[in-house]
Write a protein that binds this ligand. Sequence first.
Ligand SMILES: *[C@@H]1O[C@H](CO)[C@@H](O)[C@H](O)[C@H]1NC(C)=O
Ligand SMILES: *[C@@H]1O[C@H](CO)[C@@H](O)[C@H](O)[C@H]1NC(C)=O
Ligand SMILES: *[C@@H]1O[C@H](CO)[C@@H](O)[C@H](O)[C@H]1NC(C)=O
Ligand SMILES: *[C@@H]1O[C@H](CO)[C@@H](O)[C@H](O)[C@H]1NC(C)=O
Length: 522
Amino acid sequence: MKRLEIVFLLLMAVLVCVNDAYRILCVFPYNGKSHFRMSGVLCKGLAKKGHKVDMISHFPTKIPIANYSDIVDLNGTRKDVVNRFSVQYGRTLHAFITYYIATRFGGDLCHLLGHERMQNFIKNPPKDPPYDLVITEYFGASCYLGLGAVLNAPVAIVLTSLETSYVDSFMGNPFNFAFFPGTSLDNAVLNTFFDRVWNLVVNYKDALLFYRYTSDQTNVMRKHLGWDLPDVRQLERNVTLALVSSHYSFHGIRSFAPAMIEVGGLHIQDKEIPLSRGLKNWLDEADHGLVYFTMGSLLNIESLPRDTLLGLYASFGKISPIRVLMRIANATKLPPGLPDNVVVSSWIPQISVLKHKNTRVFITHGGLMGTEEAVYYGIPTIGIPVCFDQMRNVNIMVHKKMGVLLRLEDLSERSMDTALHAILHDPKYREAARKMSQLFRDRPMNSLDTAIYWTEYVIRNGPDSLKSPAVDMPWWKLHLIDVFVFLIASFVLALYFLFVAVKFTLKNLYTLKNKRPKEKSN
Ligand SMILES: *[C@@H]1O[C@H](CO)[C@@H](O)[C@H](O)[C@H]1NC(C)=O
Ligand SMILES: *[C@@H]1O[C@H](CO)[C@@H](O)[C@H](O)[C@H]1NC(C)=O
Ligand SMILES: *[C@@H]1O[C@H](CO)[C@@H](O)[C@H](O)[C@H]1NC(C)=O
Ligand SMILES: *[C@@H]1O[C@H](CO)[C@@H](O)[C@H](O)[C@H]1NC(C)=O
């Protein structure tokens, strides 16, 4: 009997262990590499934890990973975006940012659902075992949330930039506009009354525009996934968990609904890609320090005007023997005359460079991933923002005193001289960056483990386990408008009755007074 019990308990234990492994579908339809860095690390981390992960993305893994399979490879289905953005194009994007997010990075991606490779998957998804969760990026393509309904699984979203006001709204996040600048604002902090006015107006305007530009996604989604699917707006309100690439130590304090988890820095894994032998030696020998300059994987430095580039050459030449490393996608497009202390390369393992002991300055466009790396490794920055959230990220680094802003339109030999001089010779930037790094890393659990914990949590405890009741409330109920109207109306009514009562009493007193003498005379 005893032995049987033990066997039974052991069997249960094995079953429980097996049950703890979930099947997760990761869907990342956007082919921007910087976005995939965070998503890829998350899904590979889940596989490493023992879950069975199926990936749909443009970036199939080169080395096989246990429990991880590229179930649909989207590589080649979209025009390559890596290294394809000129700085001028970036500026155009910035002027109509909501439109581009909703269409170029949103609606356009929805058509991929109709691609043969996707349709093969959708018509015949693996069922043994079925999916416990779908994880997808929420940028502009809400249509992918429909995969949850098709596969009968809850949906978690990954946000590779700060969440927008529409995400706050459908996740039931508390209202932070009084003190926290929304994504559509470039400010690091709100100081004045008009900052607050603007914060509300701009973010609401962008939310309304986004709803308008993405309203056709429901139809495209239904066409490819099934006509019985709910509206995308309804699917958004059904999202189980949102993992946001931000951290309060950097972006600022704000309130969060429990279903929104900050995992800023998740993509930074210390096990970095090693530097090539030549580059490593060159960095090791840069005793006087190194300046690392990149505009990220999309924007091209070589697309800057020729005069600007020559100005930068002159400025970089002056700081020799300090060395400068530049990421240039196509070096043949650079004008001749690079100074001797400058080396360019089309591919640089960024984290290895930022971690290097000789690196003293990071010249960056202020993309979120690069910004978080600079913060994580405590490197002072010179920010040259172009589009998206870059202006804001750079403003925050300036506000934290770990960097300086260099406007693209002011970029010249002189402005670069000034910026480099400040960052290289004023120790306050390095000190602030070091402090920022300490704060950013001071957490109970690292970002990847935090993300994995909450992902498992919502699977274990049900899709509504973190859901805020705010999600299903109309805005006037949520902001207590009805209650305020009721209270104000009650107050006004009470005042009115008081007034009537006082008037009535006074009038009666008066008549009483007038009557009395008459009575007396009687
Ligand atoms: C995508 O496909 C192209 C051409 O087949 C190949 O050169 C490239 O390495 C692939 N990209 C990835 C990330 O696998
Ligand atoms: C994950 O991989 C390990 C090693 O390959 C294997 O033993 C285990 O069964 C896998 N788990 C799942 C859920 O497939
Ligand atoms: C919302 O998600 C739950 C859990 O995944 C699912 O059962 C339900 O059908 C979804 N509702 C809608 C309207 O999609
Ligand atoms: C680099 O630029 C040159 C000149 O514009 C062009 O001919 C060449 O094809 C480009 N190389 C790559 C790899 O894009």
